[in-house]
Structure formats: C-alpha cells, structure tokens
Unconditional design. Structure first.
Length: 256
C-alpha cells in the first residue's frame, strides 16, 4: 500500500518525522523507529538528488513510507526526484490552483502532463525492468502541496479542487511569518488558521497534514482530522538530547 493509499484508507493517522541531517545513516536509524513516515527535506536541509538517493536506499528495507520535500516547485527537479525513485513528493509554497496544477502536470508523462521521458536511465523504472512503467507510473505517485502563506490560505478551496492533488500540508512556521507572527507558530491566530485549513482540506475529501512538535498541539490537530503529522526531527532530537546530556552532568560535577 502506498503512502497516499494509506492516507485514504481511513485507518489511523500517519505520524512522521523530518530527516534533515542529509545522512543515510541517520535516515536508516529513524526508519527503524516505528514511525509511519519520514520526510526527507531538500528545502531547509543539505539535501539534493545525490544525497537523497542513498537515504532512499537506506530506508527501503524498513516498513516506513518516505516523502521527499522539494526546495521549489520546479518541473525539472520534480522529474529528477521521480526518476530517482521518490514516489511521494511534497512541494512547498503553493499559492494558487494554477501552481498546484503545474505540479501535478510535472509528475505525469505526456499527454496528461509534462514529465520528461528517461525511464531507461531511472531507478524508478528499475532501468526499464518494470513492465509498462511509462503507462502506469502516475498510479504510484503521490502529490502533496504545501500551503504556508496568507495567499495560499485565500486560494485553498481552489487548490483542493485540482485533480491529482492527494493532500495539503499546512506549514505553520512560514504561515506564522505571513500572518505577522514570525517565530510563533503556536500563536492563537496561527493555530486558528491551521485549524480552519485542516477543516477545509478534509471537507474536500483530501488528506490534511501539518507540522507540530508540541505534543498538545499535535494531538489537537489530529483530533480535528489531520491525517499526516510531523512531530519531530532528527537534528532537533540530537540537539536537545545533547544539551540535556551536558546539563545533567554539569549539574552534578560542578562544571557549569
């Protein structure tokens, strides 16, 4: 079952974490942790096609879904990551139905879309060992668009109506900045906007996703109907864990 199929099947919400270290070693560690999905981030992390490839290979043996977030809605990058073997893409900063439709078109071969044809060179087709890959490739591809600005919220109804969009992920951090609350994604105005977006997306029959590291807020969004939620990140866990370790021993050895 693909990630998108799991979003649609009405089962439990899918809980995931960011993998932003750019490390296949860290990705594999996280893949074995029991989470539903991992987000390999190319927008705010030191990742590109050459670093995402070994991470996809490292997590492949594990029972976890992998989503790749692109740095920008670029059809060339979409083509490259699909050829690499990414099956679910998240595309940031979508602010109109036209932008969402262009993303979907970039994931489809002509005549339905504009994806360039290079299956013989692609890991996705197992180098043309997958029968009828060109004809059925779109069936295994998931498209998640990210709404994270006031303009995106204003266009949300139209974005949800775009055929081929499988889910909408609300980005609280950029949304907070857009709403005048930079660095405060838990501000009541931001939370209210996220909640309204989740309700709107769900009402259109799509899966709503969101990022929420604070557990009470994550559970609040889950109770509202969010289907895929990011609740942590590899580098954040490492940063806070190392700080806690240092603080614990400094307090007992007098080295503060």
């Amino acid at each position: 079952m693909t990630f998108v199929e799991r979003l649609r099947d009405g089962g439990h919400p899918l809980i995931g974490m960011w993998v932003v270290s750019g490390s296949a070693y860290c990705a594999e560690i996280c893949a074995g942790g029991g989470l539903d999905w991992l987000l390999l981030d190319c927008e705010h992390a030191p990742n590109d096609v050459t670093t995402v490839l070994p991470q996809l290979q490292a997590v492949a043996p594990y029972p976890v879904d992998t989503v790749v977030r692109l740095p920008v809605a670029d059809p060339v990058l979409i083509k490259q990551f699909l050829d690499l073997g990414a099956t679910t893409l998240m595309v940031p900063m979508i602010e109109s139905a036209e932008q969402a439709a262009a993303v979907v078109a970039a994931t489809r071969y002509p005549p339905e879309g504009v994806r360039g044809v290079g299956a013989a060179f692609a890991r996705a087709s197992r180098w043309n060992r997958t029968a009828d890959y060109l004809a059925c490739a779109h069936e295994g591809i998931g498209v998640l668009v990210q709404v994270e600005s006031r303009a995106g919220l204003d266009a949300l109804e139209d974005i949800c109506a775009v055929e081929g969009v499988d889910g909408v992920f609300v980005g609280p951090s950029d949304l907070a900045a857009s709403l005048g609350h930079l660095g405060r994604p838990e501000h009541p105005d931001v939370v209210a906007a996220v909640e309204k977006a989740i309700t709107t997306v769900t009402a259109h029959g799509l899966a709503a996703g969101v990022n929420a590291f604070a557990e009470p807020l994550a559970r609040r969004y889950l109770d509202l109907g969010a289907r895929f939620v990011l609740v942590g990140a590899d580098v954040v866990l490492l940063a806070r864990g190392s700080e806690q370790l240092a603080a614990r021993y400094r307090s007992t050895t007098g080295t503060e």
